[in-house]
Structure formats: C-alpha cells, structure tokens
Ligand binder design. Structure first.
Ligand code: AMP
Ligand code: ZN
Length: 473
C-alpha cells in the first residue's frame, strides 16, 4: 500500500510501526453548527482510509476528537470561541450547543455510512470530547513550562515557536519565511514574543473575562487553546507516535504544525508517521465555508431528493487530494449511478434458486478495485472498475449468490449500502406476477402497460438471463 505523506510531500510505501496494526487519528468537527458537506468530505475520506486499511488486512484503531472548546473563529489566537458564538446565536448554553451539534454530526455520519471510530485498548468509543480532557491538557502545559517551551503573559500561556528548530516542517515553511509572509492577525497581546507563538491556555481576562467555559488551572482560570486537545487526546488514547493522522489541507500550516510542536517538545518523539490531508470542496470555484455562506448541509441534499449515499459516491468519484467542485448536476449523476448498482441488490434477492451457484467471475475486477485503493486511495480509478462491472452485468451471467457476495465486499470498502435492497409492496409484487404471466401468454401490450405503471412508482422491470427482474429507478 502507498500513501501520500504531507510530511516530506511524497508518495511512500505504507509501513505501520507494528505489523498488521494501524493507529489512526482524525481531527474531528467543531460542534457549534451543522457540518457542511465540505466538512463531511474530510470524514468520508478518513472513513475510506479506515475501510481500505481493513480490506488490506490491518487491524485499525481509530480515534477522532470532538472540538467543544477553544477553537476561535480564526485557526490562530484571534476572534471568538466558536462554541460561544453558537450559544449567542441560538440563545442557549455552550453545553447545549455542543450536545445538539454533536448529535447532528453523529446523525450525518450514520446517513453517510461512516464507521464510528472504534477507539483503542478497552476504550470502545473512539470519539473524544476536548472538554473531557482538561486535566490532561493542563498536565501537558506544565511539562512545556518546565521544559521552557512555554511562557506566561497576563492574557495567556504561549508555546514559544522559536525554541523548536524544525517548527513548520509539515508545511515546509521555515519560520523566517513565515515571518515575512503577510499575516492578517493583529497581535492583541503585546507580551506575546513572536507572532507565531500560539496559545496553550487563555486566561479568563479581558476579552475572555465572561467566557462561559472556564476551568481552574495552577496559573489561573481559563480554557485551553484548540491545538492542544489533539496532542492530548492522542497521548491519552492511541499513544504517540501514531501511524496516520488525517485532516483537511487547511490544517497543515497552523493546527497540525502546532500539534507536532507541542507533542515533540513535551514528549521528545514524533506525533505521527504519516500525515494525510484531504483537499476542499468548492462551490463555483470557491472553498465552501461557513464564513462565506456558500455552503450546503446534508439536510439540503435530502430536501432536494437525493440520498446521502449518492453524496458519498460523489465524494469518492474524485481523489481525496484534488479539489472537488460541488454542483447539483454532479450529485444527480451520482444518484443515477448509485441507483443502477442498487439494481444488483434487488436482483440478488429475487432470482430463482437454480441460479444460485457461485462462479465469482467478478473476482479480477474486484482485485483491480483493491489495487486502485491501495495506491493512495485512488477511489476514482476504483469506481471506474466498478462502473465497468455495472455495464457488464448481463453478459457476465453472474448468479444471485455471486452478486450478494460481490456487493458485500464492495460495501466493505466503499460504504455505499449497495447490498441494501428495496422492499416492494404486495400490490407491486402482484403487478410483477401479472406481467410475467402476460409475457408467458405473449400478451405484450398488457405486459408493457404493467411495466409503465410500475415505472410511475419508480420500479423498473427488465427481462434478463435470470428471468424477470425489477430494480429501483
Ligand atoms: P471544523 O468542523 O471546522 O473543525 O472542520 C472539520 C473538517 O472539515 C476539518 O478537517 C477541515 O479541514 C475540513 N474542511 C473544512 N472546510 C472544508 C471544505 N470546504 N472542503 C473539505 N474539507 C473541509
Ligand atoms: Zn486536530
């Protein structure tokens, strides 16, 4: 298997630290609003990675954080805490907001067949909330202060980026280069030593005096900076160095760079061996984002009559490292393709027994699919092979048992719910029976009339090697 490692910027053979076991951490959602479909791409990508690793025979341990404190409206140290912003917007407490949007995130992931992170060593819930790890975050701050990687001002405790010689290695940008780059931030804390020093802890003073989320610390009450939760959660759950860390490309320059800095400074070893980043979903060529207002949610997808899994398919049609311009037209095409494959599931459950021997003529195509996925998750190519299979259904003469087995294996890697069949009503069953009888007595007009009637109910009918079969339209 090969993966593109942002750290070093090249395609590398994948070798986990212990054979057959892979520890994966994914930066999760900030739960202050509904996730938009751009955010969901990040989680579909992480899920595809997990499914592919499992299909390759690895045991995967997956953990994901839920950010419910400390993520300011910029990824750096300026702006408002996003959770507080959500609470103000809706007139609720920050805890209610976190609960509400964690639930909506979980629902979205279920609709998209995203596997729940499975944790590690007895911790079966792989989701980890930042606010459940406050004492552990405080402990890491203590270590960083002791080791002189951090300093205290009136407003915050900062990580001193100049103390780390290879700070910025993930983005490949040296600190000196960064210093000359334009930075929007207006430095608010005049005691901050370097513009790229980042907060490990904000004191509840000044702009954060009334911050709803506050905890006691040895240095004064306040709340942790956003980057610290990921280093802490990894340290407490998977234990670094982990094998793979995932997130969106927007995390490379600041969030992941700072995660690496904290962990390496505190513990003296790397955070992760492989860093994988998904590219953005765009709308009309511009990054989909909440701040620009150019976003859609999964609810919009449903309200327009599309299956969330058609959206998953659309995401898989592009490679995770390329930008993907979202349009309703492309979602429509993905839905049509999905319906076609789902016809197989319907077929697999309705054909007569004499066709149930197994001949597995699809095996070579399935191997091509696995091979494509093992090359840095080339879902585009893998779906190309699947498309080839769809176009050949009838000529292959697969038996229903073949189909059922194939669909199960495809579902394991693509998560598209292909083996779920549609239930038809008794009335539709009896129409199908009548059509079959009409054809037996060569009453083509009657057979055709019934077909048209069923089509109005979104049931297609076809006469195949296996006899009459129906499928979803
Ligand atoms: P957030 O909930 O804002 O913390 O973001 C969750 C994930 O979505 C992060 O990994 C981001 O990098 C990712 N993300 C944000 N916007 C987009 C986008 N337009 N396309 C793809 N991923 C995105
Ligand atoms: Zn993170």
């Amino acid at each position: 298997m090969k993966l593109y490692n942002t750290l070093g910027r090249k395609l590398q053979p994948f070798k986990p630290q212990s054979p057959n076991v892979v520890k994966v951490y994914s930066c999760g959602p900030t739960v202050y609003d509904y996730a938009h479909i751009g955010n969901l791409r990040a989680f579909i990508f992480a899920d595809t990675l997990r499914r592919t690793l499992s299909a390759q025979g690895y045991t995967v341990h997956h953990v994901m954080n839920i950010t419910d404190v400390g993520h300011l409206s910029s990824d750096a140290d300026v702006g408002e805490d996003k959770l507080e912003k959500g609470a103000k917007r809706e007139g609720k407490t920050v805890w209610d907001i976190a609960d509400q949007y964690t639930q909506s995130f979980l629902k979205d992931t279920q609709s998209l067949n995203i596997l729940q992170p499975n944790g590690y060593k007895g911790r079966v819930d792989g989701y980890a909330r930042a606010t459940d790890f406050i004492p552990q975050q405080i402990e890491i701050i203590s270590t960083l202060l002791e080791k002189k990687y951090a300093y205290i001002t009136k407003e915050a405790i900062y990580f001193d980026v100049t103390k780390q010689k290879d700070y910025g290695k993930l983005s490949g940008q040296k600190l000196e280069e960064k210093e000359t780059a334009v930075r929007e931030e207006v430095v608010q804390d005049t005691d901050k030593r370097h513009p790229y020093d980042f907060a490990l802890w904000f004191f509840a003073v000044g702009r954060f005096e009334d911050h709803a989320l506050q905890w006691q610390s040895p240095w004064g009450s306040g709340f942790p900076g956003w980057h610290l939760e990921c280093s802490t959660i990894i340290h407490e759950t998977l234990h670094e160095p982990i094998d793979i860390h995932t997130g969106g490309v927007d995390h490379i320059g600041t969030h992941h760079t700072n995660e690496i800095a904290q962990t390496e400074a505190a513990f003296g070893h790397p955070l992760a061996q492989y860093w994988l980043h998904n590219e953005f979903v765009l709308v009309n060529g511009t990054k989909m984002s909440k701040s620009l207002g150019n976003f859609y949610t999964l609810r919009d997808v449903r309200e327009k009559g599309y299956d969330p899994l058609a959206f998953r398919l659309l995401m898989l049609q592009a490679h995770y490292r390329s930008q993907l311009n979202f349009s309703w037209g492309s979602l429509e095409a993905a839905q049509t393709f999905l319906n076609r494959i789902r016809g197989w599931a319907d077929l697999a459950h309705q054909t007569p027994e004499q066709f149930s021997e197994v001949n597995q003529t699809y095996q070579p195509a399935l191997e091509k699919i696995y091979a494509a996925l093992s090359q840095d998750l080339n879902t585009t190519e893998a779906l190309g092979w699947l498309s080839g299979l769809v176009n050949q259904t009838d000529t292959h003469g697969w038996s229903p048992k073949d189909l059922a087995m194939l669909l199960k294996q495809l579902d394991d890697v693509f998560g598209l719910g292909l083996s779920e069949r549609l239930d038809i009503t008794d009335q539709q069953k009896s129409l199908l029976h009548d059509r079959s009888k009409a054809r037996q007595s060569s009453d083509w007009a009657a057979a055709d009339a019934i077909r048209q009637k069923l089509e109005k109910e979104h049931i297609g009918v076809r006469d195949s090697n296996f006899g009459q079969i129906w499928f979803r339209l």
